[in-house]
Write a protein that binds this ligand. Structure first.
Ligand code: ZN
Length: 506
């Protein structure tokens, strides 16, 4: 075997071990949020920090650099789309990005976020921004140091966005968000004023046992299989893949109506993406979604385009009212469909309806940029938050628990993450447009509770590639062009016209 082939083999072994270490870190983080008693927080912060240091040291080691140097000439002669060529290209990209960040900065970021998480949980519970503030300051300081490492960037925010959506820039996002604001703010105002949908039956807590029963039935239909999947309870729902055949979903029940069900469908979409990556990519850095914006397109497709669609409720309405005969009586599919699509300007992003959701994201995108630039003093963040909630959604935030403290992201050091949710919304609608022309029987299948052809379509067109394609390459191949807000806007207008009447959307 040539020296190059030997290096390629060694490189694959090293990358597989790194992937194992990342899987172990994910498992510790899952445990931290799902199982760990609060007394474990300090030790877990140390453990995650130690593991983060080990991963960083290996991911940036001169030995890995040498293996890449030696393997590249081998893959240069191969089809650039083949697994080996893509593996080496992605490993090179990750390596170059990782070596820009000094080990002490990486360790500090890991340590501060591990300490910040339990502080956020407490601060949110007590609605105490004062406790949150010093950790937010430290986190932003570390982010500024991180951005310096990524130089040159056109603008600082791009360095953060790039971590979640490779090559995406704030300059690309801004006009898309401006278009959404132009359409959504008046639409939200008109719908809220119309009061045409009464969703009282879904605005109270439903018995947890019944919700769990519905979740199990729906997820089983979707493709959840207990040999490879788990569903547990946590504070802030998330999905994490320990491996292609070990998918962890979480949900929470201290919410009204069917929120926990939608949350489970959402996390299922994330899980299915990871689960349907081509098995031969497991144990490589390619065994992951292309980007967060792509990931979110998958979760939102299952949550909104399936779960909030009329065909879905034509299948599941009678099961739901069968599980909750006292609470939901004889609601018809069309009643539930209107209720779960009600435009309901409210405080909490993760409980927001499809129409108001993106305004929650846009608010965070704007505030993050202002915090980073120093234009917004951090002590004034709650006021700035509340002002935008008033301007965009027309509501007054009564306490920070329901405002600036609601999300886990900043406590995890995740700045630049929020815009990917909206990019996912827009991609989900673009995908739906294409899927609807290719899977002409899909509505009928959904009415029968069958999702196999949709799963297969997603596997073939999106999931199996993992990170073999960059977000933009995948966009180009599957959607043939740039991220476009218009399919989302058109679908939303059509849906709301059906529920509220044509007058709302003109
Ligand atoms: Zn998500």
């Amino acid at each position: 075997m040539s020296a190059g082939l030997v290096a390629l083999d060694e490189l694959k072994r090293e990358l597989a071990e790194l992937k194992d270490l990342v899987g172990i870190a994910s498992l510790l983080a899952w445990d931290q949020q799902v199982m760990m008693p609060s007394g474990g927080a300090a030790a877990r912060a140390d453990q995650l920090s130690t593991l983060g240091r080990i991963i960083h040291a290996r991911a940036t080691s001169p030995e890995l650099g040498k293996l890449l140097d030696a393997a590249e000439p081998v893959t240069a002669g191969l089809d650039p789309d083949c697994d080996d060529a893509r593996l080496v290209a992605v490993a090179r990209y990750d390596f170059e990005k990782d070596v820009k960040v000094p080990a002490d900065l990486r360790a500090a970021m890991t340590r501060v976020s591990a300490e910040f998480y339990p502080v956020w949980v407490e601060a949110r519970r007590e609605s105490d921004f004062g406790r949150f503030l010093p950790y937010l300051e430290q986190t932003l300081e570390l982010k500024r140091r991180y951005i310096e490492c990524m130089a040159p960037v056109t603008e600082p925010y791009d360095a953060l966005l790039d971590d979640f959506e490779q090559e995406m820039t704030a300059a690309t996002v801004r006009p898309i968000f401006a278009r959404l604001k132009e359409v959504l703010i008046p639409l939200v105002r008109a719908a809220a004023a119309s009061g045409a949908v009464d969703d009282t039956p879904l605005r109270r807590q439903l018995p947890v046992a019944g919700l769990q029963q519905m979740e199990q039935r729906v997820l089983a239909r979707f493709g959840f299989d207990s040999a490879a999947w788990r569903l547990d309870t946590t504070v802030h729902p998330f999905e994490t893949a320990i491996a292609i055949s070990d998918i962890r979903l979480t949900t929470r029940y201290e919410v009204d109506g069917l929120e926990s069900l939608f949350s489970s469908m959402h996390e299922f979409g994330h899980g299915l993406y990871e689960h349907q990556i081509a098995p031969e990519l497991d144990s490589t850095p390619l065994a992951h979604g292309a980007s967060l914006g792509w990931h979110e397109s998958q979760s939102l497709l299952w949550e909104n385009l399936i779960g909030r669609g009329l065909p879905f409720w034509e299948r599941f309405a009678s099961e739901l009212t069968g599980v909750f005969p006292n609470e939901l009586g004889s609601l018809a599919a069309s009643d539930i469909y209107a209720m779960v699509n009600k435009v309901n300007p409210d405080f909490i992003r993760v409980e927001a309806d499809e129409t108001t959701y993106n305004l929650h994201v846009i608010l965070r995108f704007e505030l993050e940029q202002e915090m980073l630039s120093g234009e917004l003093p951090l002590a004034e963040l709650p006021q700035a938050w509340n002002q935008r909630m008033h301007d965009y959604l027309g509501i007054e935030v009564p306490e920070d628990r329901l405002g600036v403290l609601q999300d886990v992201h900043w406590s995890q050091g995740s700045f630049g993450y929020f815009p990917t949710y909206s990019l996912g919304h827009l991609r989900a609608s673009q995908l739906w447009q294409r899927i609807s022309t290719e899977l002409t029987e899909l509505s009928e299948e959904i009415r029968r509770g069958e999702f196999a052809s949709l799963r297969e379509w997603l596997r073939e067109n999106v999931h199996r590639h993992g990170r073999k394609l960059t977000p933009a390459e995948l966009q180009d191949r599957v959607l043939g062009g740039a991220i476009d807000p218009e399919p989302f806007i058109a679908r939303l207008r059509e849906k709301l016209a059906g529920i509220y009447g044509e007058a709302l959307v003109v």
